[in-house]
Design a protein around this ligand. Structure first.
Ligand SMILES: [Zn+2]
Length: 260
């Protein structure tokens, strides 16, 4: 039943005919989607959502994991494992998901571009220019900047933590309307997105292989964040208390002194 829930975006029969027995030709990422190109001319799409995790274990027990670690659980399979793929190398790939928001989907390769076309630019790609960012933001003039940055059509792959950290770095309050932003503020946000994501990727990279290491589990970016998850604590820049509110339905953290 749960297995079906994870896979329900495609008929189960399709997994048996297009995934089982197929070769994985490449693994890529677009926005928050992982894309496994298969020899069956299908693409397996995996979205980890808030608590999904992929763990690969080789035949000799070597383990690599990516996605959201599960606190206190360092074995696979475990009670949060919903899918296990047996690989021809003798290894296994496990999909774990504590809250079961993640999903798998199989689509024909020829439909991939259409499926991805509504996503905005990748923030670390060359086409994420200030001009393009301003143009896409302009479509959301009447929303808050927090909401606009979470919108995957403006910029792809930015999640709640990184939006809060970006706006802190750019010194802009999350509640501000997009239409109220001055050019130099838009520029600061654009630069902050790139800076924060580069930092986050580097920090995740250092903890990527530490599945069995309790210290590494939360990813080292957690230790360098300024506002996210720090309500009531002192701002690391000015000493004022970090505030928390709800914007666009999401917990939002900011410093009322540093951010205008
Ligand atoms: Zn501050």
């Amino acid at each position: 039943m749960l297995l079906y829930w994870v896979c329900q975006r495609s008929p189960l029969k399709l997994y048996k005919t297009k995934l089982v027995g197929a070769t994985i030709l490449s693994v890529k990422r677009r926005a928050k989607l992982l894309l496994f190109e298969l020899s069956s001319d299908y693409v397996l799409i995996i979205h980890l959502k808030m608590t999904g995790q992929l763990v690969w274990r080789s035949q000799v027990g070597k383990v690599r994991s990516g996605g959201h670690p599960i606190q206190g659980v360092d074995q696979v399979p475990n009670k949060f494992t919903y899918i296990t793929l047996k690989l021809s190398s003798g290894g296994k790939l496990f999909f774990n998901d504590v809250r079961q928001f993640g999903y798998w989907q199989l689509i024909p390769k020829r439909d991939l571009l259409r499926q991805l076309q509504h996503y905005g630019p990748e923030p670390l790609a060359r086409n994420f220019s200030l001009n393009e960012f301003s143009r896409l933001l302009g479509r959301h003039a009447n929303t808050t900047i927090k909401s606009a940055l979470l919108n995957q059509t403006v910029v792809a792959g930015l999640g709640n933590i990184y939006v809060d950290e970006t706006l802190f770095a750019a010194r802009v309050r999350p509640i501000r309307k997009v239409s109220s932003l001055k050019n130099k503020e838009t520029m600061a946000i654009h630069q902050a997105i790139i800076k924060i994501l580069k930092k986050a990727v580097a920090a995740r990279g250092t903890s990527f292989n530490t599945y069995v290491d309790a210290k590494g589990r939360s990813g080292s970016y957690w230790r360098v964040r300024y506002v996210y998850g720090r309500p009531g604590q002192k701002c690391l820049k000015c000493g004022q208390v970090i505030k928390r509110t709800i914007i666009a339905g999401r917990g939002t953290h900011y410093c009322a002194s540093c951010q205008k």
